[in-house]
Write a protein that binds this ligand. Structure first.
Ligand SMILES: *Cc1c(COP(=O)(O)O)cnc(C)c1O
Length: 431
């Protein structure tokens, strides 16, 4: 399998090269040259397969021969080494809980998969790799946890000061070792811009071998298809599900669409956004107008210019109508998000986090107009990650899961940086 740049000004590369490079030298995102099709046998047997086998079967065509089969099997098994339960919340909507990994958000799967691939590739002779990654909240923790102690890889995380939850901040600032956190005085879009600029900078290129761990990296993006397979394994209804996906940078939704293009059953997809709704707006108007990100209570989705939108366009052959037939966009305000958290807690005894709540709310709006449909909303984070938001809404404490360990008592360690490229460059060159 080869990957081409969506800007078409760089040569195609294999999985190994795409993973190491992150983005193409022309600044484009890598995209698979063909969409593998799930075999009839795979789809028939899917409901009986264990998660590691599903992961191996789905990822194998994308990886090709860049990883020996045994290595890929091992990486797959580690990447999906926790539960992905589908929990019925109302008669017609179920939560796909993607928060049972080590950092309590769905990004653990992609981050664990990618870190192990990159670790393997860097042991194959690649010089020391520096992962430079921007986070709107959860990527930082997942990537830090995935890469902690991985030899030959150093991780530098850029996060927007004051715009991530306290649990998220502790997860990405307290690990130490090969993980450094830069607290940028700006928004997530500033962080993302700085990372992109760093990749294009010749001086930094001489000092560092830089790669990214955002969902622009194929090794992080592609494994997210697995959630949709795991959902289908547990789906009890006759017709295929509607998937409501809480979206920011659109890696997750784009991966779901990829699984669908490979043959996984789905009725429809909902792009569920907070006030940062460039994609729902595009689905309404046909015009894509990236905005400055605004802060919301679902902060991991505060992305004004979603990177993976170009991949979604490519999947639909750049055809607006084709995309519109398959995806509906929803904008959910903070007020509606909070109301959904409260109502679901009171009426169904189920506690949503703000991101899952955005997807839940979008799904309810869709179901109201499609009386025969059943749906799945992706619960992308554990509510405890956002206890500062959730507790005042439900008026009670969120129980702290054991997985959090002693995190809340650890001390934050970060380097504060203005949101300018000059500052980042100076910091990196002075290290
Ligand atoms: C990152 C994140 C999202 C958005 O996912 P994208 O793939 O960037 O669209 C949604 N919810 C949570 C909890 C996240 O951490």
């Amino acid at each position: 399998m080869l990957y081409y740049s969506l800007r078409h000004q760089a040569p195609p590369v294999d999985f190994r090269q795409a993973t190491i490079a992150g983005q193409a030298p022309d600044g484009g995102l890598y995209f698979p040259e063909r969409i593998p099709q799930f075999s009839a046998r795979f789809l028939r047997e899917l409901k009986t397969l264990d998660p590691a086998t599903v992961a191996f079967e789905v990822m194998r065509p994308y990886v090709g021969d860049t990883l020996p089969e045994a290595v890929l099997r091992h990486i797959c098994a580690e990447a999906v080494d926790f539960a992905f339960p589908l929990v019925e919340v109302t008669a017609r909507s179920s939560a796909l809980e993607l928060f049972h990994g080590p950092t309590l958000a769905f990004k653990d799967v992609g981050a664990r998969f990618m870190s192990r691939c990159l670790g393997y590739f860097s042991r194959q002779g690649q010089a020391k790799v520096t992962v430079l990654v921007a986070t709107s909240g959860d990527t930082g923790g997942a990537v830090a946890s995935g890469f902690l102690g991985v030899e030959g890889v150093e991780v530098i995380i850029l996060y927007p000061a004051g715009k991530v939850s306290s649990v998220q901040e502790l997860q990405l600032t307290t690990l130490g070792r090969n993980i450094t956190a830069l607290e940028v005085q700006g928004t997530f879009d500033d962080c993302q811009r700085l990372v992109k600029q760093a990749f294009g900078d010749a001086e930094l290129g001489r000092r560092y071998f830089l790669t990214s761990a955002n969902s622009i990296n194929v090794a992080r993006w592609l494994p997210q298809q697995l959630y949709y397979c795991f959902a289908w394994q547990q789906w009890p209804h006759a017709g295929p599900p509607v998937f409501a996906v809480p979206s920011g940078n659109f890696g997750n939704l784009c991966a779901g669409l990829l699984a669908y293009a490979s043959g996984l059953p789905a009725q429809h997809f909902l792009a569920a956004c907070n006030a940062n709704d460039a994609v729902p707006e595009y689905l309404r108007s046909g015009r894509f107008l990236p905005q400055e990100a605004v802060a919301t209570i679902s902060n991991a989705m505060d992305v004004g210019n979603p990177s993976n939108f170009v991949r979604i366009l490519e999947l639909f052959g750049q055809e607006f109508e084709a995309m519109q037939r398959r995806i509906s966009g929803y904008t959910v305000s903070d007020t509606r998000t909070a109301a959904a958290i409260r109502a679901v807690y009171e009426q169904h005894g189920y506690l949503l986090d703000p991101h899952g709540a955005v997807a839940y709310e979008a799904l309810q709006q869709y179901l109201a107009h499609h009386p025969a449909a059943h749906g799945i909303f992706l619960a992308t984070a554990h509510p405890v990650k956002f206890y500062d938001v959730v507790e005042p809404i439900i008026g009670t404490r969120v129980p702290v899961p054991e997985a959090l360990g002693d995190l809340l008592t650890r001390e934050k360690q970060s380097v504060v940086l203005p949101a300018t490229f000059a500052a980042l460059q100076q910091y990196l060159l002075a290290r």
